[in-house]
Ligand binder design. Structure first.
Ligand code: MRU
Length: 356
């Protein structure tokens, strides 16, 4: 997708260096950053220079390429893979990507590690682009059906950033939106601000603007009244980990949006590539929920009068703050899952029909 009318992916590999768009600086500054070793990759994931489940998976894959370039040693590779998996605990894509890379390398000659790792990381990247595009085509049918009935602008509410910036290209939740827009269906997106890190305001609204899609940022508490007033036709969100029973773990606040949608009989869709399905965990209470630094809540970045990014304390100095990054939406509140293979019920049977 585009920034300033130039097409980018969120991550690419060039001359043995991994290039990323530093998302901590968006929307105010567009900075391409070099990751030169595995510590750079781990740091980029931890500090959220890259974020979004599919993108952190791809960054971990390229992190292992960097590890091999740094020190082509099996023990270093194993240590690096554990550190990469632990860099953010909730999104399953990290473990998925690292396991996939390590399975590819196991039993290979040391001399072949680099070639094999570069090729597998590229596969992960290209597959994600293809899967996100297919999610868009599958979700497009849902929007087309709504538009046939309504014949007016379709209002879609989304939470956090599940756009192309969270993937390699297209996005998950935004892919049906981009496809519908390209087909000429009038779309307007309600963008949840998504406190505390404001991925909705800073990233989703930014990328929709760049693609010329009408959108309005709302505070995280506004969705409910818009739904009651009939101003939301559907919700689409992404996910960081979806269990095989259809429970969906996503950015904090997703659950409350799903409850409001359920109460107002508004369809609530979750868009995901299969790399986000956790087939092993049986109970959503076992999903490790990332608890981040309370400073993300008490302090905020903004542009000062000199057009520089500055950080401000916005709460009382003495107050405590709790910063849980994700919550779980039980499957019963999810209308359908939109995947690269098709649309299915948020249930074991639904997912099994498509994937097993
Ligand atoms: O903390 P973040 O910004 O990495 O959280 C991202 C989300 O919650 C996204 O909705 C999710 O990863 C799906 S991305 C396609």
């Amino acid at each position: 997708m585009k920034i300033n009318n130039t097409a980018y992916n969120t991550i690419w590999f060039e001359n043995n260096i991994v290039k990323i768009i530093d998302q901590t600086k968006l929307p105010h500054q567009f900075i391409i950053k070099d990751l030169k070793n595995v510590s750079d990759a781990i740091n980029a994931i931890k500090t959220m220079e890259v974020r979004g489940a599919p993108l952190i998976g791809a960054t971990a894959a390229y992190g292992l390429v960097l590890a091999i370039l740094e020190n082509n040693d099996e023990n270093f590779l194993k240590k690096s893979s554990i550190e990469l998996i632990n860099s953010r605990p909730t999104a399953i894509n990290l473990k998925w990507a690292v396991d996939r890379m390590m399975n590819k390398l196991i039993n290979k000659k040391k001399d072949d590690y680099l070639k094999e790792a570069i090729s597998e990381a590229k596969n992960i990247l290209e597959e994600d682009i293809k899967f996100c595009k297919n999610i868009g085509l599958n979700g497009l049918k849902i929007i087309e059906d709504l538009y046939k009935k309504k014949k007016e602008t379709i209002n879609i509410l989304t939470h956090c950033n599940a756009g192309w910036l969270a993937t390699i290209d297209w996005g998950t939740a935004t892919s049906p939106i981009y496809h519908a827009h390209n087909k000429g269906i009038p779309i307007h997106v309600w963008v949840d601000e998504t406190r505390p890190r404001n991925q909705g305001a800073n990233l989703t609204s930014f990328e929709l603007n760049e693609e010329g899609i009408d959108n309005t940022i709302i505070s995280d508490n506004t969705g409910g009244i818009l739904m009651q007033r009939g101003q939301v036709d559907m919700c689409i969100v992404g996910t960081d980990r979806t269990l095989s029973n259809g429970d969906v773990c996503n950015k904090i606040g997703t659950y409350l949006k799903a409850l409001a949608a359920h109460d107002n009989k508004i369809p609530f869709y979750v868009a995901l590539p299969s790399s986000t399905i956790d087939w092993d965990l049986k109970n959503s209470s076992e999903i490790p929920i990332e608890e981040r630094n309370p400073k993300e809540l008490t302090n905020i970045d903004g542009l000062n009068l000199k057009n520089e990014i500055e950080n401000f304390l916005i709460y009382p100095k003495k107050s405590k703050a709790l910063n849980l990054a994700f919550d779980v939406t039980p499957a019963k509140y999810v209308t359908k899952l939109i995947t690269e293979k098709g649309v299915c019920d948020a249930s074991f049977e639904g997912l099994n029909k498509l994937f097993k």
